[in-house]
Design a protein around this ligand. Structure first.
Ligand code: GLP
Length: 261
């Protein structure tokens, strides 16, 4: 796992956008896995800037979002489809027919999950999967103790996750308690993973994900198995890492071709 510590979330997001943009420049028809939540918002703003000012072209890009709430239509303001539309898609030249978010109101959710997996395969697999990290170590909506080999499926959200995400819904009672999410196995199949985690609330989850045992109690720790996972942190989220100095040392001693910027 490549661990990069930046001074601020701002610097981390700019770097994350740079990595994502380089994948698209190298392969204009790249398949990108996208995430929602507060963490990638600044990264999306930077991608929009790169599109407007540097001509970053999304016209051939295909995207697959990690997850969606069960019961929310894409037009619902709290749905992840709406989030993507508002925070990224409508600001760039992406072909919306190439953007995929699980359908939380599908008549048969099991069929929807299987179809989502099949669509990822048909698109040639995910080149780079962007990820955030839940305070309890979840990735996508894969909550602690779920299978580390899971595929896209229906998951019940933990009380902690409901509490963490309830502010945008006004109250926990108004929140869907279920979500469709790519499984941990689906995420690990991406050719590259790029996880961002910032702020003091993520310290414990980051510590376990990077240096703790590989364990289902922290689904993010499954990235320890991934051959090409990059984790971008800020000083706050990295505060609990025993080997922080080692990661900084590695960062300073990279060959030019190993640097992201
Ligand atoms: C949400 C999403 C995750 C996200 C995580 C962290 O529940 N399903 O994909 O990474 O929680 O959210 P935030 O970035 O707002 O801290």
């Amino acid at each position: 796992m490549e661990v990069i510590i930046r001074d601020s979330a701002e610097a981390g997001c700019v770097l994350g956008a740079k990595i994502l943009a380089s994948v698209i420049r190298e392969k204009p028809a790249a398949v990108i896995g996208l995430a929602t939540g507060r963490t990638p918002l600044r990264l999306y703003q930077e991608l929009i800037r790169l599109h407007r000012e540097d001509g970053l072209d999304f016209s051939q890009v295909t995207t697959f979002n990690l997850d969606e709430y069960v019961g929310l239509a894409g037009t619902h303001v709290q749905s992840y489809r709406y989030f993507m539309q508002e925070n990224l898609f409508r600001h760039i030249n992406i072909d919306l027919t190439r953007t995929h978010v699980p359908n939380g109101i599908a008549i048969d959710l099991h069929v929807e999950c299987r179809a989502y997996e099949e669509k990822i395969i048909a698109a040639g697999g995910i080149d780079l999967q962007l990820l955030g990290l839940g305070r309890n170590g979840h990735i996508g909506f894969n909550e602690p103790t779920g299978s580390l080999r899971s595929r896209t499926w229906i998951k019940i959200l933990s009380e902690q996750t409901l509490r963490d995400n309830s502010d945008v819904f006004g109250s926990m009672d108004l929140m869907p308690k279920h979500a469709l999410t790519m499984g941990v196995g689906t995420i690990l199949d991406a050719r590259r993973c790029l996880l961002l985690a910032f702020g003091p609330a993520k310290v414990r989850a980051v510590e376990h994900m990077v240096e703790g045992p590989l364990a289902a109690i922290c689904p993010g720790s499954a990235l320890q198995l991934h051959p090409r996972a990059t984790v971008i942190l800020d000083e706050n989220s990295a505060a609990g890492l025993r080997y922080a100095d080692h990661y900084r040392w590695v960062d300073r001693n990279k060959f030019a071709w190993q640097r992201h910027g």
